[in-house]
Design a protein around this ligand. Structure first.
Ligand code: FAD
Length: 455
């Protein structure tokens, strides 16, 4: 009998334990289910859908090179897979385990209808497996990372299957173009393709490009004007490359790679957080912050919109928000500054920001996004303090963001020298660029006062 391989955020042929196991188990029917229907299933955001479209096309092409193909179906995962099993005679489904609460629910539902075999491989270590001496999962990153490192390096990446045995009859597949994953009018993703090549090949190319510069990572990763980090996040999110592969290639390249590997560790850490706190994107982990008087109403809505559009009058924040809109990605240092600005300067609930990022990021990841938003807001289990308020106008020169601002805020392209960080203060603000939405000192006072109410 044929077996199903249920692809989700693991869109690769190499080092894909579910696919490898299936290949030894019978004719293989690879399937991807677009699930916007299961209750409580968090539908993918717009930018992620753009990525998904191209990544599925790439996966199908690689499968076809091996005489296989990708079957596309849409609906409730468990129902779709059960029906596919019935139609094809497949009783077993192989999948990589996922940790978003809705995927865990879906896995339970699938296991009721079919023989579901879950495999590991999307994380350095299976989330939940790294525990303290007393057997409890870690809540804080540093001890988690120390323990995770002890289990590294993980096994060397498994091979690509040489052949993928095909079934005698292929079940019907939806047409990818009928899923309307790409934006049409307006096509806000028109520039995404300049920055990204979704799919396994694009991911490998990105790894290779990073390895040439990995030695400079520590020195350049915080400078938004330079391509100092790997830009692997969307590839890792969609599982086009395994973290084990990235780990090994980086180690092989040598040099000082500890800081980079520690960032990969944050990715694992975030999954451990959502395994312990499944509704991390909805609830403050420190509940005293439930009493924080976030702003609401018309003025706050207008401010939120200005933040979305990159029109706050703070050049570093605006550059980041426009990079996000234009490319589906934002530099990590600027993500922290822009997030902190929304939460503290505008005193708008971090969940509004989490949702915007979810919709706009090509690397939008339930665990990483929620963990980082709660980290910045100070509401998380392991987080910055709320009262530590980042000063965007200090961060901007400190991390040499001038050229980054000139690139993403064209109204300011002509502003020379240090005036770029705060053209309003320097008397060089062009009329077409907005005044600061709120002064730094005033915003800081308001945030500190709000924090006192949450104590
Ligand atoms: P590199 O510096 O090259 O790091 C390598 C890899 O490590 C990344 O690709 C990523 O997979 C992982 N990583 C690095 N930093 C973190 C981190 N802080 N937390 C978790 N994993 C990390 N990252 C996402 O992948 N998805 C998100 O939805 C997301 N939302 C974020 C929201 C906010 C408010 C903030 C401050 C950060 C968020 N991050 C998120 C983390 C981080 O900004 C991105 O992973 C990073 O910018 C991706 O760029 P890179 O691949 O060049 O990273």
């Amino acid at each position: 009998d044929p077996v199903l391989v249920w692809f989700r955020r693991d869109l690769r042929l190499s080092d894909q334990a579910a696919l490898l196991a299936a290949c030894g188990d019978g004719p293989v029917i690879p399937v991807y289910v677009l699930d916007d229907e299961t209750p409580k299933h968090r539908a993918m955001g717009g930018a992620s859908r753009w990525w998904l479209h191209h990544s599925l096309a790439a996966l199908d092409a690689s499968l076809r090179d091996k005489g296989s193909r990708l079957i596309l179906r849409r609906g409730k995962s468990a129902e779709v897979l059960a029906k596919l099993g019935e139609d094809t005679g497949a009783g077993r489904v192989h999948a990589l385990r996922h940790y978003e609460p809705w995927w865990r629910n879906a896995e339970s539902a699938v296991a009721k209808a079919l023989d579901l075999v879950c495999h590991d491989g999307n994380y350095l270590a299976p989330p939940g497996s790294i525990t303290s001496g007393s057997g409890d999962p870690y809540k804080i990153y540093t001890p988690f990372w120390r323990a995770l490192k002890q289990t590294m390096p993980p096994a060397d990446p498994a091979q690509r299957p040489r052949d993928i045995p095909a079934p005698a009859h292929w079940p019907k597949s939806d047409r990818l173009s009928d899923w309307d994953l790409l934006p049409t009018r307006p096509d806000w993703a028109s520039a995404f393709g300049d920055e990204w090549t979704p799919g396994e090949e694009g991911a490998r190319a990105r790894v290779a490009r990073f390895l040439d510069r990995a030695d400079d990572y520590d020195a350049t990763r915080n400078l938004p004007s330079i391509e100092g980090s790997s830009r692997l996040s969307p590839h890792l999110h969609f599982g086009e490359v395994s973290p084990g592969y990235v780990w090994h290639r980086t180690m092989d390249a040598g040099g000082s790679v500890d800081v980079f590997l520690g960032e990969l560790g944050w990715r694992d850490y975030a999954q451990n957080v959502i395994l312990q706190f499944p509704d991390y994107a909805a609830k403050n982990a420190r509940d005293k912050f439930d009493a924080l008087p976030w702003r609401g109403g018309k003025a706050a809505s207008a401010d939120l919109k200005a933040w979305h559009q990159g029109r706050t009058g703070y050049p570093i924040v605006d550059a980041g928000m426009r990079q996000l809109w234009t490319t589906g990605w934002m530099h990590n240092r600027v993500r922290m500054i822009a997030a902190s600005f929304l939460i503290k300067h505008l005193l708008i609930d971090w969940r509004e920001g989490e949702r915007w990022f979810w919709d706009c990021l090509v690397d939008a990841d339930y665990g990483s996004n929620a963990t980082n938003w709660q980290w910045v807001s100070g509401t998380g289990i392991d987080s910055n303090m709320f009262v530590r308020i980042m000063a965007p106008l200090v961060q901007s020169p400190k991390f040499d963001a001038g050229d980054y601002i000139r690139q993403w805020v064209p109204e300011l392209a002509g502003v020379k020298g240090d005036a770029i960080h705060d053209p309003e203060d320097a008397g060089e603000r062009p009329d077409c660029y907005p005044k600061k939405i709120i002064g730094h000192r005033e915003a800081r006072e308001r945030a500190l006062q709000a924090a006192r109410k949450a104590r």
